[in-house]
Design a protein around this ligand. Structure first.
Ligand code: GP9
Ligand code: MN
Length: 417
């Protein structure tokens, strides 16, 4: 009942910071396009593979005058993979440690990013050229407040236009822009790419660089599919400009989770030219995050420590939406009061100076093991935060919270279904 929410709420209150951080309202009233980059890890950005540039277009954005590039941004997903990253985006809550919350708690009450945009009069949609029930998305998107889900039947997959799990990213983006041209503005569209997905196969004509030469075919091909998606994003920006939508839009892009699992540590170690310790493995959980606002002059590389849990309050701040009353664990990345603390869903965490992984405390600067005492207070907080999170999800506790007015709802006012 609502009494369970009291402790959770007290904890969340301790994390609340000034909501109106830097860049508040910079994209107010603009179309919001969020591109979820499949399996894209940060190590490919501004990096080469056997002398070839892996992500030329994304690299150019890291130098772009209208783009903030976050290079210290972690995914926080677990077994629910892509769907977990979507859950984080919409709720600023952690997914579950086991199973996929999209399946296990699809019917809970949530106070989503999408709801907040609906309240501002946005037309909201998700775009992904896959079967609509994959990850239970049709049910969940409806509950999260999306007005429309553009799924496989909304796309024409021509001859040679599918690879791996489905439609290739280049035609996906092309046809998605055609849909956007028909939308009422302002709109919010969440787009989910697919080509850079295990097993990372490509047709010959889509291979812009060579394979890598390790003992892992997965890693070898990964560079090529990342390169393909980079090309798709470049073309997407061009189509947006041609459609006239570009100037009135903000584009946020983030990697959903790792593409290269620990099974490929030997190959990764060859590529990175160092041993993949639990410390390195944790640092590899960084995913790229870009915020592109045409004409804004916000361009910088931001090293702030942050994670997917921070997407919702950060985007809301940019859109000029007040985040003050939500029950959530993320913080606006651009607020000066932001904590430098990221918790991964499996209990690992990262602070300004430390990484906790493999039940060991690591010194970030040296990458060497350090005294567990340094990590202990953070560990307590990480465990506490994840436990409160799980109480919310298992107890469907947001039923007892009136997010508009920021107050707990007494039980007797609730109509049980
Ligand atoms: C499937 C796509 C990939 O529609 O989102 O899902 P993943 O396997 O990465 O969770
Ligand atoms: Mn994914």
């Amino acid at each position: 009942d609502s009494s369970e929410l009291v402790d959770v709420n007290n904890y969340v209150e301790t994390k609340k910071i000034k909501s109106a951080g830097q860049y508040h309202g910079i994209a107010e009233g603009k179309n919001l396009i969020v591109v979820k980059l499949e399996s894209t890890q940060n190590f490919v950005i501004n990096n080469e593979m056997n002398g070839e540039t892996v992500t030329p277009f994304l690299n150019s954005l890291t130098e772009d005058k209208d783009t903030i590039y976050m290079d210290n941004f972690y995914h926080q997903t677990e077994q629910g993979k892509t769907s977990d990253s979507e859950f984080l985006l919409d709720n600023s809550l952690y997914p579950l440690g086991r199973g996929a919350v999209f399946f296990t708690h699809s019917g809970n009450e949530y106070h989503t990013l999408t709801d907040s945009l609906n309240d501002e009069g946005y037309f909201t949609s998700a775009m992904h050229a896959n079967n609509k029930s994959f990850w239970n998305r049709d049910i969940v998107y409806n509950n999260f407040g999306y007005d429309r889900y553009y799924s496989l039947p909304d796309y024409t997959v021509g001859e040679g236009e599918a690879v791996n799990w489905g439609m290739k990213d280049i035609p996906f983006f092309q046809q998605s822009v055609d849909h956007m041209k028909e939308m009422d503005q302002p709109f919010y569209s969440k787009m989910i790419t697919l080509t850079n997905h295990h097993p990372f196969y490509l047709d010959e004509e889509d291979k812009f660089i060579e394979e890598y030469d390790s003992n892992s075919g997965t890693l070898n091909r990964y560079f090529q599919t990342v390169r393909y998606t980079d090309e798709a994003i470049k073309e997407f920006f061009t189509s947006l400009k041609e459609s006239g939508l570009y100037e009135d839009s903000i584009i946020v892009m983030y990697g959903d989770h790792y593409g290269i699992s620990e099974n490929h540590n030997a190959a990764m170690s060859q590529y990175m030219d160092k041993e993949i310790t639990p410390f390195e493995s944790t640092q590899l959980q960084r995913v790229p995050m870009f915020i592109h606002v045409p004409g804004s002059d916000i361009g910088t590389t931001d090293h702030s420590l942050a994670g997917q849990i921070d997407l919702k309050p950060t985007i809301q701040n940019l859109m000029g939406i007040d985040t003050g009353n939500s029950i959530q664990f993320g913080q606006d990345i651009f607020s000066e009061e932001n904590d430098d603390f990221v918790i991964l869903r499996d209990g690992r965490f990262i602070t300004e100076d430390l990484v906790y992984a493999g039940e060991t405390c690591w010194d970030k600067e040296t990458g060497e093991e350090t005294d567990m005492e340094a990590c202990a207070p953070f560990k307590e907080r990480a465990d506490e935060e994840l436990a409160y999170n799980d109480e919310i999800i298992y107890g469907d506790l947001l039923r007892f919270y009136d997010a508009k007015n920021g107050r707990l709802i007494e039980d007797d006012t609730l109509v049980e279904e």
